[in-house]
Write a protein of this length. Structure first.
Length: 373
């Protein structure tokens, strides 16, 4: 087995007491997602199609919305596929290191998802997004479909900012990183769509409640943190440079070395998850069926992403197997991060009525929470 480079660190087990479930029609979701991707030329040729199948984006969608209608889960799977394609174009493809070109392309993508005819000429990702926009009208109300488009565009704008920072080697401070990471996970449009796919759509007023918005933001950050943490060992091994990676952001802020910065990142991630669990528990006591189903999908996104990542080639080290271990029990961190929930971008979470302060971060989750509907 190859030895890791000097200064690299293995990933500690990641705490997740939430159960992972998967849609009973996963096979049908996968078949539809692969056929749709090939038809829209997002994967061309045997190798690309095989790589797309190994990534198992449809399996991730099936974990995100395990209670969805089949049509709803299929629509979420192809929207998720589009986000992967866009990320790959920006991170590893023809737009890598070209933020101005990516900004121009993002404008075409943004227009494609909205209503109206498709501008020509249009390449495969643009055409695919146009098809997704048409499908949104069949699974979501007009108001929620418009919200999905709005949040998709906000995410594209955040991706452009991140691309610019990477190209110019402009390292963000922690607050700037958090503010952008809230969007670059693509969780905002995905949770908008997830709200529609179970067959009973919550009212927009329920989605806009401060407590629900806070849970959605926390879900986005947890997925972003987990992605950064899980990819950290592989990035260091491959010599990849990403000024927007959480451990590196914390290393710059605290002067920590790689191992300590990774431990600080896990500690910060655990602080946010502990806050999420308490708020979820409190909201679940009074939520009606539709809002409760939406909250359950947020829980499924957190646990589903971790279980998917544990087997995904994106998060494995060549010849070294998976770097992710999942534990239902919270691990004592050797280098705990300071309380950072007072970062300006997210400090408002702690001021919600009835929300416990960070001193209670170690509170154990209730059994009722673990039995999400």
């Amino acid at each position: 087995m190859d030895q890791p480079p000097r200064g690299s660190s293995s990933i500690p087990s990641l705490w997740c007491p939430l159960p992972s479930r998967i849609h009973p029609q996963r096979a049908s979701i996968t078949e539809f997602q692969l056929e749709w991707s090939v038809r829209h030329r997002l994967a061309v040729g045997r190798d690309e199609i095989a790589r797309l199948a190994r990534t198992d984006i449809a399996g991730l969608a099936a974990r995100f919305v395990p209670r969805a209608t089949l049509t709803g889960a299929q629509t979420l799977a192809i929207l998720l596929t589009a986000t992967f394609v866009i990320d790959d174009l920006n991170d590893d493809g023809r737009l890598r290191g070209r933020p101005d070109d990516f900004a121009h392309y993002a404008s075409a993508l943004s227009r494609a998802l909205g209503p109206g005819p498709l501008a020509e000429p249009a390449d495969p990702p643009v055409r695919a997004l146009h098809d997704i926009g048409r499908r949104l009208t069949h699974v979501a109300s007009p108001a929620l479909a418009a919200r999905i488009v709005r949040d998709f565009r906000a995410t594209l704008a955040a991706e452009v900012r991140e691309s610019t920072n990477n190209a110019r080697r402009l390292p963000p401070d922690l607050d700037t990183y958090v503010q952008n990471r809230l969007a670059t996970t693509w969780v905002l449009p995905l949770t908008d769509l997830a709200a529609a796919v179970d067959g009973v759509e919550p009212a927009l007023a329920d989605l806009d409640r401060p407590e629900v918005r806070a849970l959605t933001e926390m879900t986005s950050l947890i997925l972003g943190f987990d992605n950064d943490i899980c990819g950290y060992a592989k990035d260091r091994r491959d010599g990849a440079v990403d000024v927007n990676n959480l451990p590196d952001v914390l290393a710059r802020a605290t002067g920590a070395g790689p191992a300590q910065a990774l431990a600080q990142a896990v500690s910060l991630r655990d602080q946010v998850l502990a806050h999420w669990l308490r708020l979820y528990d409190r909201l679940g006591e009074t939520a009606g069926p539709a809002p409760a189903g939406h909250l359950a999908n947020l829980a499924s996104m957190i646990s589903g992403h971790l279980h998917w990542a544990a087997a995904c080639p994106r998060h494995t080290i060549p010849h070294g197997g998976p770097v992710i271990r999942i534990s239902p029990a919270r691990r004592a961190c050797d280098a705990p991060a300071a309380d950072r929930l007072d970062v300006p971008s997210i400090a408002w979470w702690r001021d919600l009525p009835g929300t416990p302060r960070a001193a209670d971060d170690g509170a154990a989750p209730s059994q009722r929470r673990l039995e999400a509907p």
